[in-house]
Write a protein that binds this ligand. Structure first.
Ligand SMILES: C[S@@+](CC[C@H](N)C(=O)[O-])C[C@H]1O[C@@H](n2cnc3c(N)ncnc32)[C@H](O)[C@@H]1O
Length: 275
């Protein structure tokens, strides 16, 4: 097992360094070759993301509601599906979205921006359902993000976020790992084995930023913003794989959740927990 760990660490760092040094244009070309497209997901997958919101929260939640989708990527398929299922209006917020996509009357409003204080003031207390899919792990300032969530929600508003803190390089090498028969647990959160300063050196800074926040930090930010939360997902117990720099950031209150690699958060400003 130690030999396998050593080999994986070597491969991992090699791959990361390789990604750091290849020019952006070559990187984009390879990405297009492998994924055959410029978006994160296909149209069908964006619709299925909307369906998963409808399933998890119940369609009733969306009927007549003002919905905000944060970090949509460059698409409004998810928003359109939520409108078809009764939402009154969907506001889509992402810095990379093309503002021209807000074409279906005023029902889809596109905010080509990060979710920040300016957006939060503009939509204060007006969002019934706020959703995001694989975004929180890319946000630069999670405490600020949570304060903005608390500000935009109506008193009974719901925040729903699917978060994937597994190393995104792992997504690309997953098929290789299964051919090599490597247990996925070994590689999923590998990026947490390195100190912040070392990780900065091997992080390729291509496409999206990755914040390396672990679940307890996110829960703390929700508490600090006055958001009640519920959690579903897969948690592994805290173990010594996580670098001490990261463990130090984590309050003892939530340390049992440290190594979650994906989870769903539901939050609410209301005193009552979300139904
Ligand atoms: C991995 S992509 C996921 C996109 C889409 N939800 C999907 O599943 O295909 C993360 C997205 O979050 C956006 N993002 C990152 N930080 C953000 C922020 N503070 N506010 C809004 N969007 C943000 C990025 O621009 C990127 O499009």
């Amino acid at each position: 097992m130690n030999g396998l760990r050593g080999l994986l660490s070597f491969m991992y760092i090699f791959l990361r360094l390789l990604l750091c040094i290849i020019p952006n244009r070559l990187y984009e070309m390879l990405r297009k070759l492998l994924r055959q497209g410029n978006e994160y997901h296909t149209r069908e997958q964006y619709i299925s993301i909307a369906r998963s919101y409808l399933k998890e929260l119940g369609t009733k939640c969306f009927v007549g509601s003002c919905v905000m989708e944060i970090g949509s990527g460059n698409q409004i398929e998810t928003a359109s599906c939520l409108l078809e299922n009764g939402a009154k209006q969907v506001i889509v917020v992402d810095p990379i979205i093309n503002p021209r996509l807000s074409q279906s009357g005023s029902l889809v409003v596109v905010e080509a921006s990060c979710f920040n204080e300016e957006i939060a003031h503009r939509y204060a207390r007006s969002i019934d359902v706020l959703v995001s899919f694989q975004v929180l792990e890319h946000v630069r300032d999670v405490p600020l993000f949570m304060r903005c969530v608390a500000e935009v929600l109506t008193p009974n508003g719901i925040f729903f976020a699917r978060v994937d803190v597994s190393d995104h390089i792992y997504h690309g090498i997953k098929p290789l790992m299964s051919v090599l028969n490597v247990p996925t647990e070994v590689i999923r959160c590998k990026y947490l084995e390195y100190s912040d300063s070392f990780y900065r050196r091997i992080h390729p800074h291509k496409r999206v930023y990755m914040n390396r926040c672990v679940l307890p930090e996110i829960l703390q930010a929700m508490d600090d913003a006055g958001l009640k939360w519920q959690l579903q997902g897969r948690y592994l117990t805290h173990n010594n794989v996580i670098y001490p720099d990261i463990v130090k950031r984590v309050s003892a209150k939530y340390s049992q959740y440290t190594q979650a690699y994906w989870f769903t958060l539901r939050g609410s400003r209301d005193e009552a927990p979300p139904a």
